[in-house]
Design a protein around this ligand. Structure first.
Ligand SMILES: Cc1ncc(COP(=O)(O)O)c(C=O)c1O
Length: 419
């Protein structure tokens, strides 16, 4: 392997990134004011206060969908979405394996079975990869729009419609993301959003399910509130099983203030991401995740796909060289619970390995489910080869992104022999 040139920071040269990533207070809008008003209400319960309802109204305006269920997390929103899809014991639900545990927790909680489809080099599923995972037991498809990039959900819906399958969109990482000008989360039967503290907007924890159908709204709103039927005429009081997935007024107050700025925040992420893309357009021997045509991505993170045939370095060397330049880079797939395929993580592994409850992976009719990389080869290749980049954020500046691009160019030019 070629020794690093003196100009690389790895071998003592100057670092490309000298601007520290800037920070700021993400709760400096109306959050404090609304929180104080919430406390003055003398109730923090969504059924008595006004802030959760105001946040839902803001979500309805934001998505353009008529119904929104507030809830305690993105995981809860996805579980509610699965209830809207009518998922039950033994049903198969297709989703991608490179996602947070929250995508499959609702599937498992319903006694249903996650069936993992592959991704393309966009990190997203496609009609081709979903078709390969379909069986006669498939009852729904969850499309995860990963990292702020839209999946080809329109084409996936066309495929699913021909089979009568509902599509639930997991938009936890994709606030503000659009495909053909349409916001993700508004294509399928329902869109699930997370406001956990790591997302484009935060309420600490929280989530929303946005949907079109009034009956499904009632069903899911009741499921989120132990079937109290509180927002309706009480005629379904206790008629179904339900969880306590309620959002508190404190979360509602912060959600309202965060939703006031969601467009500005996600458009900032978009500008930073497209700037990085422009600066790396002619990168030798590597490229960023290719967004779909007609995509408006909001770059929660991105990844480099190096072409190792033209690089005199393996992934570890590249990552070390990038980190030395000050580029926030890491080997994709090293971090449990969000990058590793879910069947390799703590969520599913003990269960698959003989935990006393084998259901749903062994079904009463004897059918059993095994998980390995053979059905997801492209994802495996990304796990082995991709380099994750997390330079984006509400307070990150264009100058910082330009320096990150310089660091990446320096490393790739050096190891491809073109410097
Ligand atoms: C793609 C995806 N889906 C679901 C979730 C779950 O969201 P929450 O943490 O709000 O439960 C996350 C959170 O990281 C996520 O990234």
């Amino acid at each position: 392997m070629k020794p690093p040139s003196p100009s690389l920071a790895l071998s003592g040269g100057p670092k490309a990134v000298t601007t520290p990533p800037s920070t700021g207070n993400r709760f400096s809008g109306n959050e404090r004011r609304y929180l104080q008003e919430t406390l003055r209400q003398n109730t923090l319960f969504y059924g008595f206060g006004s802030f959760v309802q105001k946040a839902c109204k803001a979500m309805r305006r934001y998505t353009g969908l008529p119904y929104v269920v507030p809830c305690s997390s993105g995981t809860a929103a996805i579980h509610l979405g699965l209830i809207a899809c009518g998922i039950g014991p033994g049903d198969e639900v297709i989703c991608t394996p490179n996602t947070d545990a929250g995508t499959v927790i609702g599937i498992l909680a319903e006694g249903a079975v996650p069936v993992f489809c592959d991704v393309d080099d966009t990190f997203q599923p496609s009609p081709r990869t979903i078709r390969a995972a379909l069986t006669r037991r498939t009852r729904a498809v969850i499309v995860v729009h990963l990292a702020g990039y839209p999946a080809p959900v329109d084409a996936i819906i066309r495929l699913c419609r021909s089979r009568g399958l509902p599509v639930l969109e997991d938009c936890a990482q994709s606030w503000g993301t659009r495909l053909n000008g349409q916001l993700v989360g508004t294509f399928g039967l329902a869109g699930a959003f997370s406001t956990n503290d790591f997302k484009h907007i935060s309420t600490g924890d929280g989530g929303f399910l946005a949907l079109r159908d009034e009956a499904l709204f009632r069903r899911t709103a009741n499921y989120a509130d132990k079937c109290y039927d509180r927002l309706f005429d009480r005629s379904l009081f206790g008629a179904h099983f339900g969880m306590n997935y309620r959002m508190t007024e404190l979360q509602g107050a912060v959600a309202l203030a965060q939703l006031e700025k969601v467009r500005r925040v996600t458009s900032h992420y978009h500008q930073l991401g497209t700037l990085l893309e422009r600066h790396l357009a002619d990168l030798p021997a590597g490229r960023l995740i290719p967004p779909l045509p007609n995509a408006y991505a909001t770059y929660w993170w991105t990844a480099l796909l190096p072409d190792y045939r033209h690089l005199k370095a393996d992934r570890d060397t590249l990552v070390r060289a990038l980190q030395a330049e000050g580029v926030p880079a890491s080997s994709y797939g090293k971090y449990d619970l969000i990058q590793k395929p879910l069947f390799q993580t703590r969520v599913m592994r003990p269960w698959l390995k003989g935990w006393k409850r084998r259901y749903p992976f062994v079904q009463p009719d004897g059918r059993s489910y095994r998980y390995d990389y053979t059905t997801t080869p492209t994802h495996k290749k990304l796990l082995d080869e991709a380099i994750m980049l997390s330079p984006f954020g509400e307070f990150r500046t264009k100058d910082y992104i330009r320096e990150v691009a310089t660091g990446i160019r320096k490393v790739f030019h050096f190891f491809s022999g073109s410097s």
